[in-house]
Structures are given as structure tokens and as C-alpha cells.
Design a protein around this ligand. Structure first.
Ligand SMILES: Nc1ncnc2c1ncn2[C@@H]1O[C@H](COP(=O)(O)OP(=O)(O)OP(=O)(O)O)[C@@H](O)[C@H]1O
Length: 494
């Protein structure tokens, strides 16, 4: 079988961090090639090099038998290689059409009449099975799935040969994820090579043909997906056997610590009732946009509360600010760690102690070396892959940033933990570390409210579960009284 693209002995370091240590990768025409590996293994770096966003220190690439050495993303696109990022790169203020045609002047777009331009954009969207997306709609009005389709349409119009998707389903509903898989299959049937980065090994069963595993900047295995078991793939990723995906720590449920009565946010949620008790892990399922994030934000004081009651311990105050909530022992890990979670330019250790400094704890007076030691211990517990606690958080891989955000919350000694998609972008082994810490927190009497779109995780770690659908929260029931089918039916209002 001839290869479409070949990367040989690719090396890349960022200062003292060796992100890639001599990686070989071979991609074939019309295949879906999965790239898997732990957080920080080098997946994004390798794909940035492939798509021209980063330059390798050494190594060579070949596309269809010819030397391939892109000088930037545009030069890669001109050769037919495009990457679609987790956090989509699209300009929100522009229209769909302007986005699709952005940078495509060399393809004749600049020379075409406006109506011919529009026709090509409409035809690309129709081919992708999304004729409902209108060329003159502003990007900001589309949901994440719609924005992704627009990015793919853009790649399609530049005659893409290799399309890289970086964790494409992490912001999609199950329905949209299924449509994306269909789209990937149709790209494949046209001979497009799709490189697919994912931490959800289950979804790879549905679409992957072959795979490559990266570990610590090296390719440690590759082959046909399905020829090896999922357990074996995980073993290659982490270098050991992961026996328990959902470790459980025995814990007892105690007195109520958070009570919501008829809580109404600005728009969502509408009339939410819930009691969270000490030692309880309560999950909230629901589709993206159903109001789960808004519920946590309203409780934490980030979004206004229009009506209803919020009681935290002995404090009955629905209009508390986040600083007041922190003072009452409430902590939040936001879904959107980039804009409101972490201070990316600050060091890892400053980020971990940040909310404690805010509340005026004695940390402000402690020596840096003591701080570094304490922070190092917390980070190790959460399996954060870092070089130095003084390193900027923004230099860590996406999944490791997420682990820092969680480690920070656990370090804050909060009694009520609000976790919004806590394992988003986190690898399989580290997910288990996070579940272990959630269990330990419950065992020590803390109360945990977890919003997640990943049902196996809710079933694996929660004691109780409620489902949000269009702003309405179902009654909370023990997890044993739910089945995944019931959760999906309740979430979709079926
Ligand atoms: N701009 C940068 N500056 C410094 N170090 C970096 C930079 N980008 C990546 N790294 C480091 O390179 C290594 C590989 O990171 P990369 O983002 O490629 O991992 P990944 O496999 O994509 O992880 P994840 O699953 O968390 O997205 C990590 O140790 C990371 O901290």
C-alpha cells in the first residue's frame, strides 16, 4: 500500500522539554488514522508540525512521494493538509461564507463572482449533509457542531488530502457526534486521509482503520484498529496495565450541605430543585446547552439568579458573589478553563494557590520553596506531567492544564466541589486518578456535584444522578435506579 504522507524521525523541543523524540508516522490514502496517547505525549505537537503550525527541529516529511516542508498553516493547506482544532480557530464575527473562503484566493475564490462563490459554499455545506447552514449566517450564531462543519467545508474547498481532527467530539452532543462520524466516512470514501486524535477509545471502534500510539514523544506502537484489544492500547499508552477505570472509595452520605429550591437562572435553569449531602457524588447528565453549566454558574455566583433559593451549609443567600461562595467553602472547575479557569501566563504553582491567596489565606506569607514542594505533591497526586512548578501553565498540554485546574480546586479545601466536565481532554489513566481523588474527597465528607457528557463516567463514579433537559432538572435518584437508555431518553425529552 502506498503512503499518502510520511513523517520520519521528527524531533521537537520547547526549551528543555523534548515534546517529540524521533517520531515516524505513515498515513495512507482514504484511511482514518487514530493518534492516541496520554496527556503531554506529543499528539498535538506532531499534528501541528504536520499542518505547518510548528516547525520540527529535525526530521523529514513526504506527501505523495514529494518532499513536504510547509512553512505555515496556509502553505500546508495549499498542499492539501489542514487541521481542525479543539478550540475552533474560526472568526466569530464573520459570516459562514467569509470563513469558508478565508485564505482561499489562490483557489480562484478571489476571481469568482459573488454568486459563484456562494454556490460553491452552499454546495460544500450540502455535500457535508448540512444544507441548513446558511452562507450569510454569522459564525457566532452556530453551535459547536455547526462551526466544525464550517471548518471542514473550508478544508474541503481547498481540495484537502489530509484532514486532522483534534478531539472533535469533545464539544458535541451524541447526535452531532454521530453525524460527524458519517461525515468522516464520506470524506474517507473520497480518498481523504483523516487523522483523528481522541481520548475516547470507544468512539474509535466506530471509525478508526489504523492507529499510532505516542508515549513520551515517541511512537510506541501502531497497527490496524481492532487487531489489538482496547486494554492493550491503553497499556501501550501508559506503559502499565490500568486495571480499574472507575476506582471507588467507600464513602458515607451525611447531612445536606447544598440545597437548591426552585432555582431560576437568567434563562436556564428553570425551577431546579436539588439537595446535595456531605459525602455524596451527585451527577448531572444532559445534552450540551441544556442548562447544566448555567446551574453550576448560578450556584457559584458567576451568573445571576432570577428566582429561587440557594442554601450552602447555614448560609441562605442566592445572590452571593464567587468570592463569597469560596468563603462558604464552595469551589468550581469551569468547563471553559482557558477564559475563566486558569491564568495561562502565570506559573503552575501560582495557579494552584491562586484562589487561596484570594481568600487571604496564610499562603501569601509562605516561602516559595515550601510552596513549590506543597504544589508538587498536589500535582503528582493528579498525575500532572510537568517539568517545573514555576513553568507557565500555558506551556502544558491541554489535558495537563485541565488536571491543574482540578488539582487547584482540591487544594482549595472546599467542602462543596462543583465540577463541570472535569475530565474533558484528559487521558484514560489520568481520568482514573481524578475519579480516585473525587472518591477520596467524598470519603472525607466533601460533597461533589459533577456535570458530565460522558455517561460511563457518571455511572462509574456517582452515587446519585439527575438529568437536565431544556433547563428543567429531573428528580435526583440513586444511580442504581437509572439506566443509560433512561438517561438519554430524559435528556432528549423523548
Ligand atoms: N508552546 C509550548 N511551550 C512549551 N512546552 C510545550 C509547548 N507546547 C507543548 N509543550 C510541551 O510538549 C509536550 C507535548 O505536548 P502536546 O500538547 O503535544 O501533548 P498532547 O499529547 O497533545 O497532550 P493532550 O492530550 O493533553 O492534548 C508537553 O510536555 C507540553 O508541556
Amino acid at each position: 500500500m502506498t503512503s499518502r504522507l510520511r513523517m520520519s524521525d521528527i524531533r521537537k523541543s520547547y526549551g528543555p522539554t523534548a515534546a517529540l523524540r524521533g517520531v515516524d508516522l505513515e498515513l495512507r490514502p482514504g484511511e482514518v488514522h487514530a493518534i492516541v496517547g496520554e496527556n503531554g505525549a506529543g499528539k498535538s505537537t506532531l499534528m501541528k508540525i504536520l499542518s505547518g503550525a510548528e516547525q520540527p527541529d529535525t526530521g523529514a516529511m513526504e506527501l505523495d512521494g514529494a518532499v513536504y516542508r510547509p512553512t505555515g498553516p496556509q502553505s500546508a493547506r495549499e498542499r492539501g493538509v489542514a487541521m481542525i482544532y479543539q478550540e475552533l480557530a474560526i472568526c466569530p464575527d464573520l459570516t459562514v461564507e467569509a470563513n469558508v473562503t478565508l485564505g482561499q484566493e489562490h483557489n480562484g475564490f478571489g476571481l469568482l463572482t459573488a454568486s459563484a462563490n456562494r454556490a460553491r459554499v452552499e454546495s460544500a455545506l450540502a455535500q457535508l449533509g448540512h444544507p441548513e447552514i446558511k452562507p450569510d449566517a454569522p459564525i457566532a450564531t452556530l453551535n459547536p457542531a455547526g462551526r466544525q462543519v464550517v471548518e471542514i467545508a473550508r478544508a474541503l474547498l481547498s481540495d484537502v488530502k489530509v484532514l486532522v481532527l483534534d478531539e472533535p467530539t469533545s464539544a458535541l452532543t451524541q447526535e452531532d457526534a454521530k453525524r460527524l462520524f458519517e461525515l468522516v466516512r464520506s470524506l474517507k470514501s473520497r480518498g481523504v486521509t483523516v487523522v483523528y486524535i481522541s481520548h475516547f477509545l470507544e468512539e474509535l471502534d466506530a471509525i478508526a482503520d489504523r492507529f499510532t500510539v505516542l508515549r513520551d514523544g515517541q511512537a510506541v506502537g501502531s497497527g490496524r484498529w481492532g487487531d489489538v484489544t482496547r486494554e492493550k492500547v491503553v497499556e501501550m499508552m501508559v506503559g502499565r496495565t490500568v486495571t480499574e477505570q472507575y476506582p471507588r472509595t467507600p464513602h458515607e452520605i451525611g447531612a445536606p450541605v447544598l440545597e437548591l429550591a426552585d432555582l431560576n437562572g437568567e434563562e436556564l435553569p428553570t425551577g431546579a430543585n436539588l439537595t446535595l449531602r456531605r459525602g455524596e457524588i451527585l451527577g448531572i447528565a444532559g445534552i450540551i446547552g441544556s442548562g447544566r453549566t448555567e446551574l453550576l454558574r448560578a450556584v457559584y455566583g458567576l451568573d445571576p439568579v432570577r428566582a429561587g433559593r440557594v442554601k450552602v451549609g447555614a448560609h441562605s443567600n442566592e445572590r452571593a458573589t464567587p468570592a463569597e461562595r469560596i468563603g462558604q467553602g464552595v469551589g468550581l472547575v469551569s468547563e471553559d478553563r482557558k477564559t475563566e479557569g486558569l491564568a495561562l501566563d502565570l506559573s503552575i504553582s501560582d495557579n494552584v494557590v491562586l484562589s487561596q491567596l484570594d481568600t487571604g489565606s496564610t499562603f501569601g506569607f509562605l516561602s516559595r520553596s515550601w510552596l513549590r514542594g506543597a504544589v508538587g505533591e498536589v500535582l503528582t497526586r493528579f498525575g500532572v506531567k510537568f517539568r517545573d512548578a514555576d513553568q507557565a501553565v500555558g506551556d502544558l498540554s491541554g489535558g495537563n492544564q485541565q488536571k491543574v485546574a482540578i488539582a487547584r480546586l482540591f487544594h482549595q479545601h472546599a467542602d462543596v466541589l462543583l465540577l463541570d466536565e472535569p475530565t474533558k481532554g484528559v487521558d484514560v489513566g489520568s481520568k482514573a486518578d481524578i475519579y480516585r481523588q473525587i472518591g477520596a474527597a467524598a470519603a472525607s465528607g466533601k460533597a461533589v456535584l459533577v456535570v458530565s457528557s460522558y455517561l460511563p463516567e457518571l455511572f462509574g463514579v456517582c452515587d446519585t444522578l439527575a438529568v437536565m433537559c431544556r433547563g428543567k432538572l429531573s428528580p435526583v435518584r440513586p444511580i442504581s435506579e437509572w439506566t443509560p437508555e433512561q438517561v438519554i431518553a430524559t435528556a432528549t425529552g423523548a
